[in-house]
Write a protein that binds this ligand. Structure first.
Ligand code: HEM
Length: 149
């Protein structure tokens, strides 16, 4: 089945591709990723403790930058696969398993992330379509939370 409608996925993919052309993609991902984590830690301060291994103590460190780019690279791939549900579902399964082994990562944490993404994306995406983005992001985050406490 579909995760979000064909029309919604087409909108989200197009709007995301507008901000992820090769020339600007890395910069957008890093600055947008930092804004997303800052907001996540503001809304859920305890979540900071999950990222000590990647040096969250210094959010501008190479280690944390690397983490931000893994997350944003992951999100980039997921968005671009909204039109290929079977592959998207396998990637979500894989990410769910990678998160399930991290102590303290919860479904509630992904719920906060949904709010953070919906609040942050309009700042980088031109003509942000909230309905299309919500309809597509929620199933992505739900798929990544399968098996989490
Ligand atoms: C848009 C949503 C998210 C995406 C695309 C995403 C993606 C990723 C990716 C690709 C990794 C690296 C996996 C690896 O190499 O092992 C990762 C690691 C991790 N993620 Fe997420 N993630 C998301 C949301 C979250 C949320 C909401 C939390 C916590 C509530 C979380 C907690 C973690 C932790 C603790 C790690 C391991 C960090 C380390 O390397 O020590 N993630 N995530």
């Amino acid at each position: 089945g579909e995760l979000c409608s064909f029309a919604d996925s087409a909108t989200v993919i197009k709007q995301w591709q507008d901000v992820s052309s090769p020339g600007v993609a890395a910069k957008v991902k890093l600055s947008c990723g930092h804004a997303i984590f800052a907001k996540l830690f503001e809304m859920a301060p305890a979540a900071k403790g999950l990222f000590t291994r990647v040096n969250v103590a210094d959010v501008n460190s190479p280690e944390f930058n690397g983490h931000v780019m893994r997350v944003m690279g992951g999100l980039d791939v997921l968005i671009n696969y909204l039109g290929d549900t079977p592959t998207l579902e396998k990637m979500l399964d894989h990410l769910a398993k990678q998160h399930a082994v991290r102590d303290g990562v919860t479904t509630a944490g992904f719920g906060v992330m949904a709010n953070v993404l919906m609040a942050s994306m309009p700042q980088v995406v031109e003509g942000f379509n909230p309905d299309a983005w919500r309809n597509c992001l929620i199933p992505i985050l739900n798929g990544m939370s399968v098996g989490l406490p």
